[in-house]
Design a protein around this ligand. Structure first.
Ligand code: FRU
Length: 293
């Protein structure tokens, strides 16, 4: 299937440490890797490995960081026809500390690049895509993009809600799949995914599928105000690298929806894929080794 992902590509500088440092510590990293990151592009490279035809839409700076981004997207066969080059900014960069003991990832992100705009999005031929996935950012512009996708009908549309942002709730009725993070749920005062989905379910269409991930406690899925499904069966044996695990989970969801799996299998496949990801470093070789995905 043909998938467009709208969102960011970043440069990730990832240091692995034996124990997470305290403030004002000076510690040695046990390993370092520099790679492309960014939620939308992380999701796309996994979908590409699952056999989909993927295109990224986002902004790129004219600096050396962008070369690494395009090389990596090329390597995973993700097309950049809708990448918009911009003069004067910098590649968004994340300094990531990966704690090898817990697998947690702490991110300090620096951003100095204009966001992808509705104006950029008007150049996209929507008929070319079966599914369009958006990162929940730059809300006023995103709202216009979602209206355009909705007016056309026909393609699936997903929205990732990772961080609370002013006005983001207005977008919930505009997509067929809403992917919530634990962080968002907590900031809104919920103690688990079930209660978030119960609250949000009142404001969306009855066919809207909503999910919420919660680390070791698994993930929940609910369609409108329908039955709540919980999955906690796929824990990684070893938690090595949780960077981008949510983005991988989202790829598993989109894949399952496009393959028209049952909702139980959609959630199970996404949890399985995310568990496989946290047990390995990076995103390579995630598809096709077992089970639903
Ligand atoms: C992981 C990630 C990293 C990136 C950061 C941006 O989900 O996409 O690759 O640096 O989040 O917020």
């Amino acid at each position: 299937m043909r998938i467009l992902g709208v969102g960011t590509a970043t440069l990730d500088i990832i240091n692995s440490v034996a124990i997470y440092p305290s403030e004002d510590d000076e510690v040695r990293a046990l390993g370092q890797r520099i790679s492309r990151g960014g939620n939308a592009t992380n999701t796309l490279i996994v979908l590409s490995q699952l056999g989909h035809d993927c295109t990224w839409a986002g902004t790129v700076a004219d600096d050396t960081g962008s070369h690494l981004i395009s090389q990596d997207l090329n390597r995973f066969d993700v097309a950049m026809d809708h990448a918009v080059p911009l003069a004067g900014g910098h590649t968004p960069t994340s300094c990531v500390t990966l704690d090898l003991k817990t697998g947690s990832r702490t991110i300090v992100h620096f951003r100095d690049l204009a966001e992808y705009s509705f104006d950029n999005f008007t150049g996209v031929d929507l008929d070319r895509f079966d599914w369009i996935h958006f990162e929940g950012r730059n809300i006023p512009e995103l709202e216009k993009m979602l209206l355009r996708v909705r007016a056309r009908k026909g393609s699936g549309c997903s929205l990732e809600i990772e961080k609370p942002r002013a006005g983001i709730e207005q977008l919930f009725p505009m997509t067929s799949l809403l992917m919530f993070s634990r962080h968002y749920a907590r900031v809104r005062g919920f103690e688990d995914g079930a209660s978030l989905l119960s609250a949000v379910g009142r404001d969306v269409e009855e066919t809207t599928v909503m999910t919420c991930t919660w680390g070791k406690r698994g993930a929940w899925l609910r369609e409108g105000q329908g039955q709540l499904i919980h999955n906690h069966s796929h824990r990684a044996d070893v938690v090595l690298d949780s960077l981008g695990a949510g983005d991988v989970f989202n790829a598993g969801l989109i894949h399952g929806m496009l393959e028209k799996h049952t909702k139980i299998d959609v959630l199970d496949g996404a949890c399985r894929l995310a568990a496989r990801k946290v047990g390995q470093s990076g995103f390579e070789g995630l598809a096709g080794t077992s089970g639903v995905c």
